[in-house]
Every structure is written in C-alpha cells, then in structure tokens.
Design a protein around this ligand. Structure first.
Ligand SMILES: [Zn+2]
Length: 433
C-alpha cells in the first residue's frame, strides 16, 4: 500500500472517530433483514433511525431520508442481514497465546503491551464485537484501554474490565513458570489467602477500577504447574469474595473446570461460570436454581488441543491438561445446553487469536446449539449478564446503536458471522465495506 493511501486511511479513520463524536448526527439505516430482538423472528425491510448514538425508532418499510431528517445520512443495508453488535463475555486483550510469550514477558515494556492490546481491541471491534468483558490482565493496562476507547481516543469494543484475577497463592490466576525474583515482581495485589484477605483483594480490585471481579475457583489448563484442574479457592474464600463484590455493586465471573469448584462457586452466588468443563448433574441443578450463566469458551478448548498436538512450546504439565480438558469441554457443553442452563457467549480470545471471536458461534452450532440461541447468547443474554439489558443487546427504541451487518443470515449459515461488512458502535460507523 502506498504511503498516500495509508495516510488517507488514517485520516478517514480519525474523521470517523472524531467527527461523529463531536457532531450530533442522525443516521438512517435501510435494513433488508433485521434481527431486532435475537430469539424472535427477523423482520424484513426496516428503517432504523439513530440520533446521538441512540436508536430512536425502528419502522417498517424503507422510509426516505426527507421524511425523517434532511440532514441525516442514509446507510444502505437493504441487501444485508442486520443485528445488534456481538458481545464476547470472555477475552484477554493483553496478548495472544504463542511460542514467543516467555521471551515477550522479558522484552516488552508495559507500554508495548498496552499498544498491542489496543491493536487487538480494534481487531475485535472490526469483527463485529462491540462489547467485551476483559477477564484478567494488568489492571492499569486494561483500565487505560477501556477508558481510552470510551473517550474515543482509540477504536475498540466497550470494555467491562476485571483487572487482575482474585486468586489464591499458587493457584490458577497467580503467576507461575518464572524465576523466583520475577514471580515476586509479578504477583498481583489481588492474590489472597483466607476469607478476610480475599475480602481485601476484592475491595482492592474495585478501588482501582474493576467493573467485574474475576475469580479462579479451580485450577487452569494454562498454569504451568501440576496442580490439576480441581477446586482451589475454598468455600469461605468464595463466599467472601462474592458477597463483598455484590455489596459494592460488582458481578463475579469464576473460571472453573472441575465440578467441585463449579458447584462451590454457584453455591456461593457467582454470576457466571467460565469454561464449566466438568459440570455435573448437581452443577446443572445449581445453575438453574441460581440463574447463573455458563460462558462455554469452546474456542479455548479447540485452540489448546490443536496447540498441544501441533506445536512443542507448551510445557508437559500444560500440554497434558490441554488435551484432557479441551477434549471434554464440548461434551459437557452439550449436556448443559440440553438441560436448559443459561448460556452467554464467550471465547477466551487471547488463548485463541483476537478478531476470530465469531468462530465460537460455529463451534457452538456444530455442538448442537440452535442458531437463534447462539445469536441470543451473544446479545440478549450477554447484556443481561453484565446488567445492561436496558441499553444493549437488541435493536429497539432507546437502545445504544451498536449495529452490525453481513451478507447472509447466520440463522441459515452460522459462518456468515465470520464475514462482517458493517460495524456501528454507539452510532459511529467504524466499518462499512
Ligand atoms: Zn480466560
């Protein structure tokens, strides 16, 4: 690409970001097919009116601009499938799993990592994901990225950020696999032991900017230790963290593989279980009783199995867990879905590559989830999980204008989600090809 083209592109991007945020503009979308409320049937030939980033009406037929607002800008999506922006409830924008992770930890400054995470955030948005939960990373980087995007300095999805995990010493979510001096240096202030200390850790996370609390009730695949995937946070620690978070108005997401850890977190009142790999009958009962969501992250399982089989950068401890857990994840997801557990969409991108978040939908579909349920999990259900149903998740009057479009209906072929042509976030067009 020529230098002139690059500078024009940069100019255009800046114009799109800044002009739209400074001037109050009305957009009118002519939409061929619209999934206004995922879970319900799509509508044909609709006119969506957007003022100051908010949907002010969705009406039948293609209404001409003159009849609404002569100054408005018409966006022709009359041949497209239009739906609410997708929401990914589990990403890690700080990086991507790969053979260079160890050396990058030594070479890259915090500023380098932040710039890279901004790039990943942009990729995520351009793939049609307008809201994400960033579940575990450096608090300063994650909050700076969230706030920079919210102010319009950077292009990216709306971020609900957890900062560092509230995790127990030596458990998943604590640092591992480094020399002792580095371990000391990198231990987060949210690592805790015992209920009182975990109460402190939760308050600490919220004080410095956490929108949601991420805990790790069981071991994890990517911890370089032989500590397994069983329960790691004790029942009293779980109760204390969750009560403290709820008292301060924050929801709690728990990473959990083994049934004992899933069930303990559910009994303690957790809002979502991430992965849920070994959910058993008791887990399903508890999910239904508490109304907690399962965030399946099938992509994480898919990715680690492939990496364990086809590369050699993983340690023996990680590789063994990857093959076992990754393989079991899908079967357990099928059982939970069939039993009627509420599902919210999440990929664990950062384990998989950023910008490929829609592949999760294809994996869910191949595992037997109905297309309309998948789209609902990534919109209506996700909005409910983050407590933002009044502003996000559907294309209805009064909602924030997070809108995407593609050529074909994902209700007919889930792969349509892999090719997003149009992305609007908060009424700002960030992609239209
Ligand atoms: Zn994760």
């Amino acid at each position: 690409m020529s230098l002139k083209k690059v500078s024009t592109l940069i100019g255009l991007t800046l114009c799109t970001i800044f002009s739209s945020q400074i001037t109050a503009q009305t957009h009118i979308i002519h939409a061929g097919k619209v999934l206004s409320v995922p879970g319900q049937a799509p509508l044909t030939k609709q006119t969506i009116v957007i003022k100051d980033g908010i949907i002010t009406s969705v009406k039948s037929g293609f209404i001409s601009v003159n009849k609404i607002d002569e100054q408005a800008q018409l966006i022709d999506l009359s041949k497209s499938f239009v739906m609410p922006g997708l929401m990914d409830m589990h990403v890690h924008l700080k990086g991507e799993l790969g053979p260079k992770n160890d050396s990058e930890k030594l070479r890259m400054s915090d500023a380098d990592t932040l710039v890279k995470s901004a790039y990943f955030a942009q990729k995520t948005l351009l793939a049609g994901f307008t809201t994400v939960r960033d579940l575990g990373g450096s608090p300063e980087q994650s909050y700076a990225l969230r706030d920079g995007i919210a102010k319009g300095y950077l292009q990216g999805p709306r971020i609900i950020a957890a900062g560092s995990n509230v995790a127990v010493t030596g458990g998943h979510g604590d640092v591992d696999g480094m020399n002792p001096a580095l371990l000391e240096m990198h231990t987060a202030k949210t690592v805790c032991d015992g209920p009182y200390d975990c109460r402190r850790a939760t308050r600490h996370a919220i004080k410095f900017g956490a929108d949601v609390i991420k805990i790790t009730s069981t071991g994890g695949v990517l911890s370089d230790t032989d500590t397994g995937t069983g329960q790691q946070m004790a029942d009293d620690e779980l109760r204390e963290v969750i009560d403290t978070a709820h008292a301060l108005g924050r929801k709690v997401a728990s990473h959990a593989h083994a049934a004992a850890g899933i069930n303990a977190a559910l009994r303690a009142g957790v809002d979502s279980i991430e992965h849920g790999s070994y959910a058993n009958e008791e887990s399903i009962k508890l999910f239904k009783k508490t109304g907690a969501y399962l965030v399946p992250t099938l992509m994480a399982g898919d990715t680690v199995v492939a990496l364990a089989k086809n590369t050699n950068f993983m340690s023996p401890a990680i590789s063994a867990k990857a093959i076992r857990v990754g393989g079991d994840m899908i079967e357990n997801f099928k059982r939970s879905y069939k039993a009627g557990v509420k599902i919210a969409y999440g990929t664990d991108s950062g384990v998989s590559k950023h910008g490929e978040n829609a592949r999760e939908a294809v994996l869910m579909f191949n595992a037997g989830m109905k297309a309309q349920d998948i789209l609902k999990s990534a919109t209506v259900n996700a909005a409910d999980l983050i407590g933002k149903s009044e502003s996000l998740g559907t294309l209805e009057t009064g909602k924030i204008a997070d809108i995407i479009a593609m050529d074909n209906s994902p209700l007919n072929d889930m792969k349509a989600l892999l090719d997003i042509d149009f992305v609007m976030k908060s009424g700002v067009v960030v992609k239209h090809k």
